[in-house]
Design a protein. Structure first.
Length: 374
């Protein structure tokens, strides 16, 4: 076998980036399989039993990949002797490490933000040091310059083992047709959305409290607006007072359901803050949900406290401080400048289609894996 993948959520349809990346890898590498222990479903707001439904959906829509998918214990890895094992997130590769070393299996992993990666936590730093010091560690893919700098400067990881690929793999649903933004200006309703998973009370790490505070300020000004919240939040998280009519709480959505929502949004707000969920925890820039929104022409107002942006210009992405007053200023600037709103929508859609298409994102990853498989 050339490639063996291990994961804790595949083929979950909320975790769109894993669904897309692993599907494409399994299709590309003919001698490949994936072993899945679906322990991450609760973190996605679902019971582990939903994994069976996702497998049925996979069987119906992609029988080839379904036949390569093995659901069960991590001990299933003992059945195989692949040239490379691949996975994403620190907590997953660390879980695999004893079996990989016992069976002398070389491995590559992607160190995404999250998944146990905390730059201030001594335990997780020790885990990461243990992983990259293994004799079977071949390479790591990183998607943020902050992550690369940390590996080199703090942990002494050899630069030749680090492959920097900005961004992530996402389902290409919004690439299949030429989509035109559906600004509903005939109704004079300005649509603003927020989309994130809930990992802590009030969603402080994602800036949900900032979003609600911003919404209340805009409502007080008398604007005709609608605020759509997608993800793990509801009315009980932060009281919106007598303003319920302005809010739609949609809960978690499968990735293939997001486009139909985003096509009617004008702006997405992502005021996430690093080092809130945990002392050294941080998000990637931008969030995956923001990427999908931008592919549908939604104008992003986002934070970048770790200065990870080196790709997007001011006429494509609005970068702000995690401050409701400042975000209100940017929203009003777009509301009263319809030409700017339309132009930014067009600009960001084209730029994100260029950066996040599979011809770039997947080919770079395949090249890395092929390098070590060969």
């Amino acid at each position: 076998m050339d490639l063996l993948i291990y994961d804790s959520a595949f083929p979950n349809r909320i975790s769109g980036f894993r669904l897309s990346e692993f599907t494409l890898l399994l299709e590309y590498f003919k001698k490949s399989k994936i072993v899945v222990t679906p322990t991450d479903y609760p973190f996605l707001g679902q019971n582990i039993s939903v994994h069976r439904e996702d497998l049925k959906h996979l069987k119906k829509n992609n029988r080839t990949v379904y036949k390569k998918t093995i659901a069960g214990s991590i001990l299933n890895l003992n059945r195989f002797s692949p040239k490379i094992l691949y996975c994403v997130f620190l907590h997953i590769i660390y879980k695999c490490l004893p079996l990989l070393e016992k069976n002398r299996i070389n491995f590559i992993f992607t160190l995404y933000p999250g998944g146990g990666f905390d730059v201030e936590n001594k335990t997780t730093i020790a885990q990461l040091e243990r992983v990259i010091s293994s004799p079977f560690f071949m390479a790591v893919i990183v998607t943020q310059k902050f992550t690369k700098d940390f590996l080199v400067e703090k942990l002494g990881c050899p630069e030749e083992k680090i492959h920097f690929i900005f961004g992530c793999v996402i389902p290409q649903l919004s690439f299949k047709v030429s989509r035109v933004r559906k600004f509903k200006k005939e109704q004079d309703v300005f649509n603003i959305c927020f989309c994130a998973a809930k990992y802590m009370e009030k969603g402080l790490d994602k800036g949900y409290d900032i979003f609600i505070d911003m919404a209340k300020k805009l409502i007080l000004k008398g604007y005709i607006m609608k605020f759509t919240i997608i993800g793990g939040f509801n009315q009980a998280d932060i009281d919106v007072g007598d303003n319920q009519e302005y809010f739609d709480f949609l809960g978690y959505k499968k990735y293939d359901e997001l486009s139909d929502i985003f096509l009617f949004q004008d702006v997405i707000i992502s005021p996430n803050r690093p080092f809130i969920l945990a002392k050294g925890a941080f998000d990637g820039f931008p969030l995956g949900t923001v990427i999908e929104a931008c592919l549908n022409g939604v104008v992003p107002i986002v934070t970048d406290e770790l200065l990870q942006n080196s790709y997007f210009k001011d006429d494509e992405v609005i970068i702000t401080k995690p401050n409701s007053e400042e975000i209100v200023f940017h929203v009003e600037n777009l509301m009263f400048n319809e030409h700017k709103l339309y132009q930014m929508s067009d600009n960001v859609q084209k730029k994100f289609q260029k950066i996040y298409n599979n011809d770039y994102q997947m080919q770079e990853r395949i090249n890395v894996l092929n390098q070590y498989i060969k």
